[in-house]
Structures are given as structure tokens and as C-alpha cells.
Design a protein around this ligand. Structure first.
Ligand SMILES: C[S@@+](CC[C@H](N)C(=O)[O-])C[C@H]1O[C@@H](n2cnc3c(N)ncnc32)[C@H](O)[C@@H]1O
Length: 315
């Protein structure tokens, strides 16, 4: 299955899809610094293009024969961290939908923050998808149940042409893990610490976390411990015995592999990493798509206990 990744950033979504067996053949974005990281790790076409321009993007995408358009339009206008008023960036969700509806690939995967599901921009995009005859599977996934040691909730809208809504839910639900993944389960003792500092949004929340739980959401900024940190009743150990995670450690919690190549200053890198779809979350969604596709193409029964192995043979 061939795909392109719109708003590809540094390539978290692209890498996860690739690991699921989907052949990502191009990435597009307009942030030069992020694209330079993408190019260090992905050896296919990379286009620096303003994706708000639907006609130009249509012409660029139409050069490729693809089965799937993936993309996570930027989310600041919906995110908990950003301002709550929908703005220009929210319109990129609609631009994404319009591009999908003009190209009409068999599949699309759209990712965004969980609250985007209730936005006006998404309601408009949803109408565009439905009018183009896509059946939609809409779900908020907690990454810690999808192979990522991080409590990060993200909304996915997965579309396939001429399907019923909710068509992928059974496969997705059957693949979710029974319990959330902890940092220790994912990285063992690689970090060389048992607890760490993560700056809270406000001091009503704790700031000290254990590696025996999933990390809270990795955001696009990573603040040091402020001198005046007052402590919190739920901090398991004193704050003077912990440190914040480094930028590269945070990339590991986003499930980027250790050998992923990076460049940029610290502020940029924190943003690249916080913006990204966790690689294993993208892989999880990609595998669900591949299972559904294999089911359709070679008639595998999704209740088959050896399904994963048989899919691997298919891929
Ligand atoms: C949430 S990030 C995507 C992260 C990416 N999917 C990943 O997994 O690494 C959104 C991306 O949209 C890009 N973007 C924002 N406005 C854009 C525009 N008008 N044209 C193209 N890309 C844009 C940003 O540069 C950013 O890389």
C-alpha cells in the first residue's frame, strides 16, 4: 500500500506507518528545519509546500499513485496548551479534507488532538469526507494502550471509501493492550533513574513522575525545575532528587528509535518531538489498516488468533 504524509514534520507518523508495512513515498510540510530532519531519516521525496493552498497541493499529490493519504494538520488552535479560539491553523483541517476529497485515495488517516473532534473545523471536514463517500472510523486513542509509554490522547479519523462508519473499530479494540505501558516496560533502566521532573501546567498538579507509570504527554516545551517550585503532596520523592528528562530522552518516550537522526537547536527539537505522532501509535494504526486490507484482499478472518503472523507473511 502506497501513502503520502501531509504535514509530515520530522516524520513520526511516516516512520510508524512504514514500520506497519505501508510504503510511504513522499512527505510534505512547509517547515524547512523539520523537513531537514525528515530527510535525514526518510529516503523518499520531500516537498516544501504550503498545504493551505489546496490547488497547488492537489497538483503535487496527483503526481503520485497512492492508496492512502496520511496527515496530522497542525493542532495548536485546538490543543489544551494553545488558545481555545479556532483560527487559521484549524482551517488546515478543512484543507486536508478538501485535498483528500479531490484526490480520492482508497484510504486516509487523519490525526489530531482529542479536543479537535468537537471543533467547527472538524465538523466541516467531516461533511467533506462523507460527501466523498468515505466511511469513517473516529476514535480517541490513548497511546499508552498502543505500545507507547506515554499517556497521550489523540483523535484519529480513518476513512475508507464506500465503507460503513466504524468499520475499523473491531480490529482497533482487539489490538489495544489490557494495561497502559510504563516507561520501565518500554526502556528498562536505560534512563538510569527511577523518577524525573516534568514541569506542570499549574502547581495544583504534581511534577515528579515515576518510570513505573506511563509518562504524561510530551509537550513542545521542556522547562527546567524553577527555583520556586513549591512541591506537591503527590510527588513520590523530593524534587531535589530528580531532574527533567533530556530532549533525546523525550524523543525515546515518543518512541523514536535511538538512531533517529536529529538537528536543530534545543527549542526547535523540543517542538519537533512534542509535535510528532508517537512512532508506535502510528504503527498501531497502520497495522490496523493493513489487517483490514489483508482481510479484504486475501480473506483473512479477523478473529484468527494467528492473524498477526499471517499478516506479516502478507506484508
Ligand atoms: C502536528 S505537526 C505534524 C507532526 C508529524 N505528523 C509527525 O508525526 O512528526 C504539524 C505540521 O504541520 C506543518 N504545517 C503547518 N502549517 C503548514 C502549511 N500551511 N503548509 C504545510 N505544512 C504546515 C508544521 O510545520 C508541522 O510540521
Amino acid at each position: 500500500m502506497k501513502a503520502i504524509d501531509l504535514f509530515c514534520g520530522v516524520g513520526g507518523l511516516s516512520l510508524g506507518l512504514k514500520l506497519s508495512g505501508i510504503d510511504v513515498i513522499a512527505g510534505m510540510d512547509n517547515w524547512g528545519q523539520a523537513l531537514s530532519v525528515y530527510q535525514l531519516n526518510h529516503f523518499h521525496d520531500v516537498l516544501d509546500i504550503d498545504l493551505s493552498d489546496v490547488d497547488t497541493t492537489f497538483n503535487a499529490v496527483a503526481n503520485y499513485e497512492i492508496d492512502l493519504i496520511a496527515g496530522g494538520p497542525p493542532c495548536q488552535d485546538f490543543s489544551h496548551a494553545g488558545k481555545r479560539v479556532e483560527g487559521k491553523r484549524a482551517n488546515l483541517t478543512l484543507a486536508y479534507a478538501e485535498i483528500v476529497a479531490k484526490i480520492l485515495p482508497k484510504w486516509f488517516i487523519m490525526e489530531n488532538v482529542d479536543r479537535s473532534q468537537n471543533s467547527d473545523a472538524y465538523s466541516e471536514a467531516r461533511i467533506v469526507f462523507c460527501n466523498a463517500n468515505y466511511g469513517l472510523t473516529e476514535i480517541v486513542l490513548d497511546a499508552s494502550y498502543c505500545g507507547v509509554p506515554q499517556k497521550r490522547k489523540r483523535f484519529f479519523c480513518i476513512g475508507k471509501r464506500n465503507e460503513s462508519d466504524g468499520f475499523l473499530l473491531e480490529i482497533i479494540k482487539s489490538k489495544l493492550s489490557k494495561s497502559p505501558m510504563t516507561i520501565r516496560q518500554y526502556l528498562g533502566n536505560d534512563l538510569g533513574l527511577s523518577h524525573y521532573y516534568r514541569h506542570p501546567r499549574n502547581y495544583c498538579r504534581r511534577a515528579v513522575f515515576s518510570i513505573d507509570e506511563p509518562s504524561p504527554t510530551i509537550r513542545g516545551v521542556n522547562r527546567p525545575i524553577p527555583k520556586g517550585y513549591p512541591g506537591h503532596a503527590n510527588d513520590e520523592v523530593p524534587v531535589d532528587s530528580v531532574r527533567p528528562l533530556t530532549t533525546l530522552e523525550r524523543a525515546r518516550l515518543q518512541t523514536f528509535p535511538e538512531n533517529y537522526a536529529w538537528n536543530g537547536n534545543k527549542t526547535e527539537m523540543e517542538q519537533f518531538i512534542g509535535n510528532a505522532v508517537p512512532v508506535n501509535l502510528a504503527r498501531f494504526v497502520g497495522e490496523c489498516v493493513m489487517i483490514y486490507e489483508a482481510n479484504e484482499v486475501i480473506g483473512i478472518n479477523s478473529n484468527d488468533i494467528n492473524l498477526e503472523q499471517r499478516i506479516k507473511q502478507y506484508i
